[in-house]
Design a binder for this molecule. Structure first.
Ligand code: KPL
Length: 318
């Protein structure tokens, strides 16, 4: 099997965890690009530490800041975009991505963001046929600039935003590389549905855990919390239906099971609030509100959590 070369962008929890596992499985074919100068020096000097259910490992892989320097501009088969939606919305990131897209015109891009809206935004920078979507339920927690804890095993689906007839060769190669690194990765021929499933799960768990400042599993501890979850879920389901995505009502059970499987996790939105960062709420609940408005649907439960999270973000900034 020929190995593929992957450039991972993003020094957050998922970026560090995926890059570490892939670098450990296949030496010399992965590199990591971060934007923070301190993290860049630490990773190059000390390597990337991964703590998982299978042990503790140190991965040494080239780490770049912003753009790979001219003397290390190999060609990349894949560029994996692991940064948050909040970073993608930033002008500085857009300029960086434009540079990368022109340096590596033959690379395929795979985007791991929560929520929706980013593919449309990225299409103005990267040719749409080179864009692929990843939806993952892997869970990780960044402990410091070079240490990441792989807190929960999940699945990763990869597909094209265009309704492609079948997986391309390049997608299969990426899936193989991820599989070699121990990930359960699959091609999705209906990535739109997969995106909506994850969107609805995030649109319920993330804002409620952030507002109540509780772990995912604690959502199941009272009748009131479960009722609140159900309201958000039903409104989300109606928007998906209006968008032509028929999600099965069985998704409710899946949502409860995500809470149980990730019971000890702090959701990404709660982590953002706790660390004083802007959250991805605008791309999760906010995008549901926008889609609902296009179809004349009112979403009072989502509107209320959006208002509350915006207020919490404002308090954090203050
Ligand atoms: O994806 C997640 C997140 O925190 O963003 C869930 C599924 C809620 C797990 O924590």
């Amino acid at each position: 099997m020929t190995s593929i070369r992957i450039l991972w962008i993003g020094g957050g929890s998922l970026g560090l965890m995926f890059a570490a596992r892939c670098a450990l499985a296949q030496e010399g074919t992965n590199a990591l690009l971060v934007r923070n100068e301190q993290q860049y020096h630490i990773l190059n000097g000390q390597g990337l530490e991964l703590i998982g259910d299978d042990g503790r490992f140190t991965a040494f892989l080239p780490c770049f800041q912003n753009v790979p320097p001219a003397d290390s501009r190999d060609s990349w088969d894949w560029i994996a975009l692991m940064v948050k939606q909040t970073h993608l919305a930033d002008e500085r990131t857009a300029v960086q991505l434009e540079t990368l897209a022109s340096l590596y015109p033959h690379a395929n891009w795979v985007c791991f963001q929560n929520g929706t809206g980013h593919i449309e935004r990225l299409s103005s920078i990267i040719p749409r046929e080179r864009l692929h979507i990843a939806v993952t339920t892997e869970a990780a927690r960044k402990l410091d600039d070079r240490t990441v804890h792989h807190t929960g095993r999940g699945m990763t689906f990869i597909g094209s935003p265009e309704a492609a007839p079948g997986p391309e060769y390049q997608e299969k190669m990426l899936i193989q590389a991820l599989g070699k690194a121990g990930f359960d990765a699959r091609v999705s021929n209906n990535i739109k549905e997969t995106v909506w499933k994850k969107l609805l799960i995030n649109a319920v768990i993330n804002p409620l855990t952030a507002i109540l400042r509780i772990r995912n599993g604690e959502l199941l501890e009272s009748r009131e919390r479960i009722d609140w979850m159900r309201e958000l879920f039903q409104e989300g389901l109606a928007v998906a239906r209006a968008e032509g995505v028929n999600l099965s009502p069985g998704l409710w059970e899946e949502l409860l099971s995500v809470c149980r499987r990730t019971a000890n996790n702090h959701s990404s939105m709660l982590q953002d609030i706790m660390n004083g960062r802007r959250t991805e709420m605008e791309w999760i609940n906010g995008s549901l509100l926008k889609a609902g408005a296009r179809h004349g649907l009112e979403l009072p439960a989502h509107a209320a959590v959006v208002r509350r999270i915006r207020e919490m973000e404002r308090d954090n900034r203050g």
